[in-house]
Structures are given as C-alpha cells and as structure tokens.
Design a protein around this ligand. Structure first.
Ligand code: EPZ
Length: 446
C-alpha cells in the first residue's frame, strides 16, 4: 500500500542538467558489512551510502551484538564484532521480508556461533528469486538446515569444511555465500562457474585485507584457502555502477547532461559501449563521468543482459526508457531474471510501443526460452511519452518510471516511491539538483 507521502508528482519535459554524486555500491556495501562479522577486531567501511538496505543490515548486525557507529569521515561506518551473540528469533523475524542480505549472514554466524536463524527474504519482485544454491552450498560445507516457523534454522555441528562446488549458474549471492563461508572453513574450497561482478571482486579485496587467501582464475574459478582467524579491515567501497548508469540513462531519455561524480569507467565499460552505440555521449575524467544527449536521433540496438562482463541486468530497465526514444526497433533479451520486463506495461500506457515475447530474441538461447516467461522485448521508437499514473514495481523499474515521467509531456503521479530509497541515496535531492520539476502532493517540492 502506498500513502500520500509515497507519491511523487513529476512535471515532465525538462532536461536533467547538473551534477550528482554516487557513493559506495548498494550491491557491495551490505555484504562488506556482513564480512565484518568474521573479524576479530573492528572494521572501517568508507563511502557508505545512506540507503535502506544499509540500514536493514546495520539493524541485523546490531541484533547479533555487533556495534555499528559512524566513523570520523562522512559515510564511514565502524563495525565491531567483538561481542557477537545469538539474536532473538522474534527480533530477527521483524526484518523478514525487508532484504535479501540476511541469507549472507549464514556462513559468518555458523563460524562465530555454530548456528544461525534466517528469516524469509525480501528484495525486488523480478522473478522467483530462489535460494536453493545458497542452501546447497552451505550443506556442502557441512551445515544442517531445518525449516522452522518464519525461516530456516542452520547448525554447524563441527567446523565447516572446504569443498568443491560448481554453481548451476553464476549467481552473485551464492558466490558471496561461498566466499563468506570458505574463508574460515577448514581446508581449500574450489568454486567453479562463480560470478565475477566488480562488487564480488571488491568483497574479495575486503576479505583479503582481513587475512583471507583467495585466488581468482580467468575461467570463473575461485580458490579459497581457509584460515583460522581473520582481523578487521579498512576499506573504501567501490562506487555504485548501477546507480551511475541509471542517471546516465536519465540524461539520455530527457535530452539532458549529467556529470556523475564517482562513476568509474572500469566497472562500467560494457554499459559505456552500449551507451555509445545508442548514440549517447560521455566523457571520462579522474573524478567521474559526464553523460549527455548530443542532439539528433538515437539508434535502436540489440541488447542482451548477462552476468559480468556482460550487460548487467540492473542497467536494463533504465536504458529501455531511453530506447523508447531511439529510431527503429530495439531488441532486448533479459537472460538473468525471468520477469524483469513487466515494468514496460506502464511505459506503453505512456505511449511507448513495447511488445514482450516468450522466445529468446537476439543472440543466444537462455534458461528461460523453453519456460514460457515473457523475457524478450521489441521496443519500437521513437515515441512521445505522456504523463501517467504508475506504481513503482521494483527498485530499478521504479527509477525507470521516474525517468519516463521526467521525459514525458505533462504530469505523472508515481506511487510507491519510497521503494526507491532502498538503493538510491537521497534521490529527491539529486533530482532537485538536476532541475527536475517534481513535488510531493503533501507540499514538499523538490
Ligand atoms: C544480486 O542479486 C543483486 N542484489 C541484484 O541487484 C542483481 O540484479 C543480481 O545480483 C544480478 O547481478 C544484491 O546484490 C543485493 P543472483 P542476487 O543470485 O545475488 C538465480 C538490484 O536492483 N538463482 O545473481 O539475488 C536467480 O533466480 C538488485 O540492485 C537461483 O536460481 O542475484 C537469478 O535468475 C536486483 N538460485 C539468477 O540466479 C539461487 O539460489 C541470478 O541471481 C540464487 C539465484
């Protein structure tokens, strides 16, 4: 349910222009916070954004006896796991449904306490989002898992043991699960078909600073030699390449010009190539990347999402809004999540022409081709967008609706905007800084 405070009126048609800053990656920071649980001694994490996912993990860690306090510099957290303890199940339960991070507490809690309770998980509704890989991995390390009311209870009767694991799919979360568990397990763990996203590399950097021994091969194999003890870390989180790409897409769709301070070329190379093919312009310097619409018409493209180093699925939704403004037929094949194109129906209501297909369109066949999921799209453009009423469906879909509303003629009402706070720090202020004409019906103009 959304209330009046959760609605944003967007008066479209103004190009977004100016500068915003992105801080640490939403898909790294909460995991680095969990890693602090493994250390003997405090850890310092810098460049931490003020987003809901960080607050949820902070609450969960505090429930388990970790003290979390601000450090000396803005955006710094000091996490001290000296007094880790079991949390009250009812308290943990209160976090049920709020995030997908709790599952990653399993390994660290099993090492520290010998048991763990994990509530039902939340996160974006973009497909089934199963956690079978996670539990299979934990069983291979020697954990037992029992379903209890409100969640899963795990126990490690003995010290967890390193093992050989091959993931059925290079899952980001399952790879992190293995890393966070293997570093203190006895012996060597060999993980093949691992995810190798930049956020995972950064988590490996965190763990190495703590004393872990982790080697990455070029063929998606990660080898972890367990150690007996880890210390704290001092780390500056890599910046959020997904948020940066969202603002880049906003610049393109609104014919704007945005300097994204903190955006990094290295983690965005695939996005930048695609942005250039669509006709977007960018300029990279040491502090960030400027993105803009150079004028003229945009080009239709064929796009397939994939695990890193492919085109990241979280980049897809915002860029699709820009593709509604490109001349010709664009093809989008979503191969990571089976239902990440549902958000396009609201774009069609605004005047876009996007048709969904169950077949794998474009390059290669994926896991969803035979399974009846609407996971391919043909976007035909350019189409004028008109303001409309819409409800935020998920984090990236929600930001995409903001972009569409800003690019449209007339006024849109975007309901459920609070969900965007999960992963976009201070987005209302950023919109204001970029000259967007938006207001809360309750009176707060931004
Ligand atoms: C992470 O989710 C991110 N979330 C997602 O970002 C991101 O889209 C995704 O990785 C892919 O890059 C966080 O880091 C908190 P996966 P995760 O395990 O780890 C299947 C955003 O908007 N799978 O790599 O949950 C799964 O269904 C969010 O920032 C299983 O089948 O993703 C999916 O099809 C959304 N069984 C595929 O693997 C499992 O046990 C990839 O999921 C686990 C996953």
């Amino acid at each position: 349910m959304t209330g009046p405070d959760d609605v944003l009126l967007v008066h479209g048609g103004t190009p977004l222009e100016g500068e915003i800053r992105v801080r640490g990656a939403k898909n790294l920071v909460p995991k680095a916070m969990v890693a602090a649980l493994l250390g003997h001694g405090p850890s310092r994490l810098r460049n931490v954004p003020d987003i809901r996912d960080v607050r949820v993990v902070r609450g969960l860690l505090q429930l388990h006896g970790v003290t979390v306090r601000p450090g000396d510099e803005p955006g710094e957290l000091v996490l001290d796991p000296t007094y880790v303890e079991s949390a009250n199940v009812a308290d943990i339960d209160a976090h049920a449904g709020s995030s997908r991070i709790p599952i990653l507490l399993c390994g660290p809690l099993l090492h520290r306490l010998g048991h763990a309770f994990i509530p039902g998980l939340g996160g974006c509704d973009i497909g089934g989002r199963p956690i079978d890989f996670h539990f299979e991995v934990l069983r291979q390390f020697g954990a037992t898992i029992e379903k209890r009311e409100g969640g899963q209870y795990l126990e490690a009767p003995q010290r967890l043991r390193g093992c050989k694991i091959r993931l059925p799919y290079p899952s980001v979360g399952a790879t992190e699960q293995v890393l966070l568990t293997a570093v203190l397990a006895e012996g060597v763990t060999e993980l093949s078909n691992a995810a190798v996203e930049p956020e995972i590399e950064d988590l490996i950097c965190v763990l190495q600073k703590m004393g872990a021994i982790i080697a990455m091969d070029t063929d998606r194999t990660i080898r972890i030699t367990g150690v007996d003890k880890l210390g704290g870390y001092n780390h500056r989180a890599l910046s959020d390449r997904l948020e940066a790409a969202s603002w880049a897409s906003a610049a393109l769709a609104t014919k704007g010009n945005i300097y994204v301070r903190g955006a990094q070329q290295r983690s965005m190379m695939t996005f930048l190539n695609t942005y250039r093919k669509v006709g977007g312009a960018f300029e990279i310097d040491d502090e960030g990347i400027r993105f803009w619409h150079p004028g003229g018409s945009l080009n239709a493209i064929a796009l397939e999402t994939d695990v890193h180093p492919g085109f990241q699925t979280d980049w897809q939704q915002p860029l699709v809004v820009a593709l509604t403004q490109a001349a010709g037929l664009s093809i989008v094949h979503e191969t990571v999540y089976e239902s990440r194109l549902g958000f396009t129906s609201a774009l069609n209501q605004m005047g876009a022409h996007i048709q969904l297909y169950r077949e794998c369109l474009g390059g290669s066949a994926c896991r969803f081709g035979q399974r009846n999921f609407l996971h391919s799209a043909v976007v035909s453009g350019p189409t004028k967008l008109q303001g409309s009423d819409m409800v935020v469906p998920d984090l990236r879909g929600g930001f995409s609706y903001l972009i569409a509303a800003l690019a449209a003629e007339g006024t849109s009402r975007v309901h459920g905007i609070d969900l965007i706070n999960r992963g976009y720090e201070n987005f209302m202020q950023k919109l204001k800084d970029l000259g967007a004409n938006v207001e809360m019906p309750g009176g707060t103009a931004a």
